[in-house]
Design a protein around this ligand. Structure first.
Ligand SMILES: Nc1c(NC[C@H](O)[C@H](O)[C@H](O)CO)[nH]c(=O)[nH]c1=O
Ligand SMILES: CC(=O)[C@@H](O)COP(=O)(O)O
Length: 143
């Protein structure tokens, strides 16, 4: 059994709930435990993960959940690009087992299709990615 931290950007609360439900279903199906942390938006997810990493509770893996929908300005590029870049940086240093479930989409229909557990279930997919990296660390014995 492993212990995971789910970090949810609550910018779109209904979509965040569905993504979280998908991730939780996937974790529980494999007998893992989890904690949930909420942040306002995707840009805050990496920082929340580092807060969790410095917590002595020791999480085996992390799951990032959020939805970034393009608006009128270039802010979409910042939010989408910087959140994903920061997560990739954390996977390399300090080497967190992260599943990235931040959806970067053009509209709500695309967002729902990806959040929906009965459709693309990206929350479940992010959980599976985190579980896979966590398992790899266990078998390969790396820190
Ligand atoms: N436009 C979206 C945001 N924007 C908010 C940022 O993520 C951040 O919370 C703010 O800039 C304060 O630091 N966040 C999303 O998750 N999704 C969006 O579509
Ligand atoms: C992803 C965003 O930051 C975006 O939703 C903000 O919308 P806008 O560019 O119209 O301010």
């Amino acid at each position: 059994m492993a212990h995971f931290l789910i970090v949810e950007a609550r910018f779109y609360t209904d979509l965040a709930d569905e993504l979280a439900a998908g991730a939780i279903e996937a974790l529980e199906a494999e007998g893992h435990t989890y904690e949930r942390a909420s942040v306002p938006g995707a840009l805050e997810i990496p920082a929340a993960m580092m807060i969790g990493y410095r917590n002595p509770k020791a999480y085996d893996g992390y799951i990032a959940l959020g939805v970034v929908i393009r608006g009128e300005t270039s802010h979409y590029d910042i939010v989408a690009g910087e959140s994903s870049r920061a997560l990739m940086d954390l996977t390399l240093n300090p080497g967190l087992a992260i599943g990235n479930g931040i959806q970067t989409v053009e509209n709500r229909d695309q967002a729902w299709a990806r959040a929906n557990r009965s459709d693309k279930n990206k929350g479940g997919g992010a959980a599976k990615a985190a579980m896979a990296l966590s398992a790899l660390r266990s078998t390969m014995g790396t820190q």
